[in-house]
Design a binder for this molecule. Structure first.
Ligand code: ADP
Ligand code: MG
Length: 331
């Protein structure tokens, strides 16, 4: 059955992303509740139509408990609308912002679900997610964890809108430096996301304040995608200090005494040691080790999602009897 906009009744706004909005809707003829994502002018998409259709076909063919189900898509001028499974507990960023740092046992289940989802996408469909972050990991009251927004269209939306979004801050060092995207870049993004969930804050933000959270900010930095980024060479400490005193130009967020522009953040990701699950001893050793192996800066050293499914912490999560459904009922 084909989906039509006339058959969808808006119920609630779920969120705004870079490319458009996501709404909870009812498909009136069947009574099915769905999430409808409307993005950016269809006009822009026409030149990429083949790629878009290919991706929609893949979404349609996906059949995994770790991947959001796809109901259908249509063009409702000027938007392209994608209808998918509605997840009633929303995304994990919304959850930790509401309830604070997420229990490490739950974070272990998230790692397991994302690795399973990524392995499915790659093994069965040969696709790389490319946009792993807490807002693309969804949760429902049955305790299911699923990933959404994979493939090329997110990337297309960004290149078309020519804006640089928070997404970039989950980007791996090799990707920032223009290397080919691989499944291992998703592993990096997973590592950053897990720290964010366990600490209840974005790992590159100032520990004393939430205001300096750089994960959500939006700004322009063009030309940005899909080509590689060129970064200025690493600055000496002296230069950095000077830079700090200067009034920051362009995109920056301030708060908690920290000011970092997007370029500084990207430089930081490339040049500084990767973030870790800290303080030491607060989390199980195995969890620390798992995150460390996701955040190996050299992609050749970093494991694939499939390999990481064998990691002791993930193995332990597989057999853990933690009741996610009960946990879901607490918020
Ligand atoms: P982003 O992922 O960058 O936040 P999106 O436009 O993809 O931007 O999504 C906006 C918000 O809508 C997400 O943060 C999420 O909370 C919510 N959302 C997206 N898809 C669903 C879904 N299938 N079910 C429930 N909520 C969703
Ligand atoms: Mg999203």
């Amino acid at each position: 059955h084909d989906l039509r906009n006339e058959d969808l009744k808006d119920m609630q706004e779920l969120g705004q992303g870079n490319g458009g909005s996501v709404k909870k809707v009812e498909h009136v003829p069947t009574g099915t509740i769905m999430a409808k994502k409307a993005s950016i002018t269809a006009q822009h998409f026409l030149s990429h139509l083949k790629q878009i259709l290919r991706e929609l076909q893949i979404m349609h063919d996906c059949n995994s408990q770790y991947i959001i189900s796809f109901y259908g898509a249509f063009i409702f001028d000027p938007n392209i609308c994608i209808c998918m499974e509605f997840m009633d507990k929303g995304s994990l960023d919304g959850i930790y912002k509401k309830i604070g740092p997420i229990d490490i046992d739950v974070v272990g289940k998230v790692a397991l679900a994302v690795l399973e989802g990524l392995t499915y996408l790659y093994d069965v469909h040969r696709i790389i997610h490319r946009d792993i972050k807490p807002s693309n990991i969804l949760f429902n009251s049955q305790g299911h964890i699923k990933i959404c927004d994979f493939g090329v269209s997110g990337e297309l939306i960004n290149s078309i809108a020519d804006t640089f979004v928070g997404t970039s801050t989950y980007m791996s060092p090799e990707r920032i430096q223009g290397a080919q995207y691989t499944v291992k870049s998703d592993v990096w993004s997973l590592g950053i996301s897990l720290i964010e969930l366990a600490l209840g804050r974005f790992p590159f933000s100032d520990s004393s304040s939430d205001d300096s959270d750089l994960s959500d900010f939006e700004g322009t930095l063009s030309p940005s995608r899909p080509g590689p980024l060129t970064l200025p060479p690493k600055k000496s400490k002296e230069q950095k200090d000077k830079k700090k005193k200067r009034k920051s130009k362009g995109v920056s967020l301030q708060g908690g005494g920290m000011t970092m522009s997007i370029l500084e953040l990207l430089q930081h990701i490339v040049n500084e040691p990767a973030p870790r699950l800290t303080p030491e001893g607060r989390f199980p050793k195995e969890a620390e080790d798992f995150v460390d192996s996701c955040l190996l800066k050299d992609p050749d050293m970093r494991k694939t999602p499939k390999d990481l499914l064998q990691h002791p912490w993930v193995e332990r999560s597989k057999s853990a009897t933690f009741d996610l459904e009960a946990w879901a009922s607490t918020f």
